[in-house]
Design a protein around this ligand. Structure first.
Ligand code: BT5
Length: 320
């Protein structure tokens, strides 16, 4: 067995025997290695951040796992079908979206996920920066849907649902979706989504969906319009829990999107919208529109009621 596999197996064994001491002898018998090797691997796991208690005559037990983006922890009983079959994690990278895009160009399969603890060149839309210090989640995923390029806005909103649900499951807070790609709590941005793709005129080669979530991110490093889950809940939030929930939800929502399109998700997006019902100013690269947001249509576009009962359909832009 490779050394890394022994680490994985030891952790699995601990998790299947929560709170119970396992003797060095039992572990070595089960894994087919020496007791000295068990001790060495437990030391190594401690270095990674696992809290492993060792008591003479009783053995070892796991008391806590580190809140790090470790593939073994993310993948443990994840049970997804498409998303997250392959996961790459980095301590630091320029942008997980850029990395995932390169991997996709090199033929990485659908569902591949790239995660970093920190980004040095995190990207927002239109060349804007995404502040990415430690404490946040920076995750990109490759998908290969058989949809037309102009349907991609729908998938950004579907991804937003996955983020909202992950935050709700872990913290109990229900964030809102600010069209087209922001997740907000009390009007402040807690997460953002950047969807990029490689496409020909009517066919998508692949999509990279990037999600940034401010989890335990220090408030002073964020823009004043932003918040973090730690700030909103008043306590540290386990990033691993958010990350795992996010991947699971994305897997479920993506499969539903592939089967039924945006139809199913649209109602939920509308119900969770922070935009509908508000007087807004939408700035796009071609124009500025003003009016009351009244709907998100079947293609994920924002529908505005403008003065004089005009109706305007907006495909992309920034809502103020
Ligand atoms: C977004 O763009 O909201 C998309 C953010 C996507 C980030 C993820 S992280 C993983 C993956 N890899 C990447 O390189 N990117 C993706 P946009 O709607 O353009 O918003 C950008 C604006 O949000 C900035 O101009 C700031 O005003 C604000 N902002 C920057 N960093 C922020 C943060 N950490 N939290 C909240 N707001 C932020």
């Amino acid at each position: 067995m490779a050394k890394a596999d022994i680490d994985t197996k030891i952790i699995e064994l601990f998790k299947k025997n929560t709170g119970v001491f396992l003797s060095g002898e039992d572990i070595s018998d089960i894994l087919g290695c020496t007791r000295a090797a068990v001790w060495k691997h437990c030391e190594k796991l401690r270095d990674i951040g696992y809290d492993i208690e060792a008591v003479p005559h009783l053995g070892y037990r796991l008391k806590g796992i580190p809140d790090k983006m470790l593939p073994d922890e993310i993948l443990y009983e994840l049970d997804t079908v498409v998303i997250g079959q392959t996961i790459y994690t980095y301590t630091k990278t320029g942008s997980t979206n850029t990395l995932a895009y390169t991997l996709a160009e090199q033929g990485a399969p659908e569902g591949t996920v790239v995660i970093a603890e920190q980004q040095e060149n995190g990207k927002g839309r239109l060349g804007r920066p995404w502040v990415s210090p430690p404490g946040g989640i920076y995750l990109s995923c490759i998908i290969k849907p058989t949809i037309a390029p102009n349907e991609i806005q729908e998938f950004t909103l579907v991804t937003a649902l996955s983020v909202v649900d992950a935050v709700k499951e872990v913290t109990g807070i229900v964030p809102r979706i600010k069209w087209p790609n922001d997740i907000v709590i009390n009007g402040k941005k807690v997460a953002g989504i950047l969807t990029e793709m490689k496409a020909e005129t009517d066919r998508i080669a692949f999509v990279v969906v990037g999600i940034g979530v401010n989890v335990n991110t220090a408030g002073r490093s964020l823009p004043s319009s932003a918040t973090s889950l730690k700030e909103e809940t008043g306590e540290r939030v386990m990033r691993l829990d958010i990350c795992r929930a996010l991947i699971r939800n994305l897997d479920r929502e993506y499969r539903s999107f592939r089967e039924k399109g945006f139809r199913d998700a649209r109602g939920r997006v509308i119900a969770l919208s922070a935009t509908i019902g508000k007087k807004v100013r939408v700035v796009s690269h071609i124009a500025v529109h003003e009016g009351t947001a009244v709907d998100i249509d079947e293609e994920g576009a924002l529908v505005l009621k403008t003065t004089g009962d005009g109706i305007q359909r907006i495909v992309s832009g920034d809502v103020n």
